[in-house]
Design a protein around this ligand. Structure first.
Ligand code: URA
Length: 434
């Protein structure tokens, strides 16, 4: 086998065999296939695409390029959830305790935030003492005994994807459906869960802006999951404005805690109920979606999921009292109101820009080495469709200093459009792919 022939074949629309794909991915991971040949292959795939079989082989070869987690020592159905990312997306913090008390075991590897989107691991580290670099034995023990454990993604998980993603990032080959689907699913499959529920975002703040593209990505990933022998489904959810009201680590943790007391914002609560019901149904906990949703709703109102979140925090060295007394979390020193410059309806809130406001306030990382300020962020007091009068508070910035607050305030005002017409309501759930 040689890389030149494989590139030539893919460039002219041919198909690669399983052996060829494994050979290529292994060779690239070991450094035997140079970046320039792999870049050419990525561009050929970008233009000619991959068949369902090729995509599966690419996914499996990347998943198997490192450690494949074996969760068989943990009893019951091991469930995982993945979001394609967005602003204010604190879903895992509320959803995972909810489904855990309903009977699924959660043993999940999560990532940190980079750029304008946040990461579950950073948010969990808002609890003083909470460790995400726990030994695999603790991870398995907590998932078995408590029913939930979350750890940071290790370097051994799908190393081929790590290398390939870095190459795609600088060769303009990220936005190809098979490549995105195989990249995400290789990590999910290597992480070992029996059941994977995907939250594929759509809208201006999502990776996939159009509903059509989001649906195609969701279908591609669900196919891979099923072909790999896992239970898998996807919810396509809206990311045309930030999810919920809170953006920023501690602020989002507090919003997740409120949601586990039945006091969360409407959109975020609905997303947790929809994803949770999908997970219970696919995991065989219930036989109907209505019953599944009722179970999740009950866990959201009877205090059981809140208690499970406290057990998760305690099980990983954190202080669980913060779950019951969230006012103990440290607050940012400055709170700055952003006021509506005109009367009318909020027509648009640019998601990415809100994420960048949080980044400017110190709540995100520009590089992997940046240290984040867990206290800062924004509370959106008004969302798309709300009527406002000039001077009404539309958001409150939680800032470390005046300079960052002023810059973020200007940026936030530029991210919000206020107009006379009430905008058409967008759906929160755009579809479910089973
Ligand atoms: N997220 C990933 O992990 N991989 C991609 O290719 C795109 C988004």
């Amino acid at each position: 086998m040689n890389m030149y022939d494989l590139i030539q074949r893919k460039k002219t629309g041919g198909t690669l065999t399983k052996d060829e794909i494994y050979w290529m991915v292994n060779g690239f991971t070991k450094g035997e296939i140079p970046d320039y040949q792999m870049s050419a292959m990525m561009m050929a795939i970008y233009f000619k695409g991959m068949s369902r079989e090729e995509t599966l082989h690419l996914t499996m070869s990347m998943a198997q390029s490192g450690e494949m987690l074996d969760l068989s020592a943990i009893p019951g159905i091991k469930a995982d959830k993945h979001s394609t990312g967005g602003v204010g997306d604190k879903t895992s913090l509320a959803l995972l305790p909810l489904v855990s008390v309903c009977g699924l075991n959660i043993a999940k590897m999560s990532g940190r935030g980079l750029g304008h989107t946040g990461g579950t691991i950073d948010k969990l580290e808002s609890f003083p003492g909470f460790r995400t670099d726990i030994p695999i034995e603790t991870f398995e023990k907590n998932a078995s005994e408590i029913g939930i454990a979350l750890m940071g993604q290790t370097a051994e998980l799908a190393p081929a994807d790590k290398k390939l993603y870095a190459l795609r990032d600088v060769t303009a080959t990220v936005d190809q459906m098979s490549l995105i689907a195989s990249s995400i699913m290789s990590k999910k499959l290597a992480a070992g869960a029996d059941l994977i529920v995907l939250d594929v975002k759509t809208g201006s703040g999502a990776f996939m802006k159009s509903e059509e593209d989001s649906r195609a990505l969701a279908e591609e990933m669900v196919k891979i999951g099923k072909d790999a022998g896992r239970k898998c489904s996807a919810v396509i959810s809206d990311m045309d404005q930030p999810l919920g009201n809170a953006v920023g680590n501690i602020l989002e943790v507090k919003e997740a805690i409120a949601t586990l007391k039945g006091e969360g914002p409407e959109d975020f609560t609905k997303l947790c109920l929809t994803l949770g019901a999908q997970m219970l149904l696919k995991g065989g906990v219930t036989v109907s979606i209505d019953e599944a949703e009722m179970r999740v709703y009950a866990a959201m109102h009877d205090g059981s999921a809140l208690k499970r979140l406290a057990e998760l925090v305690e099980g990983q060295g954190g202080d669980p009292s913060y779950v019951f007394e969230p006012e103990k979390f440290e607050e940012a020193p400055l709170k700055v109101e952003v006021k509506a410059p005109a009367s009318g309806y909020i027509q648009r809130i640019l998601c990415d820009e809100v994420g960048l406001c949080s980044l400017m306030l110190g709540g995100g990382r520009r590089t992997k080495e940046d240290v984040i300020d867990l206290r800062v962020g924004l509370i959106l007091e008004k969302k798309v469709g709300d009527e406002v009068k000039a001077g009404d508070v539309i958001a409150v910035l939680h800032a470390a200093d005046e300079k960052s607050a002023e810059e973020a305030k200007k940026r936030y005002l530029a991210a919000v459009t206020i107009g006379e017409e009430k905008p058409e309501e967008r759906k929160l759930i755009h579809g479910i792919i089973e």
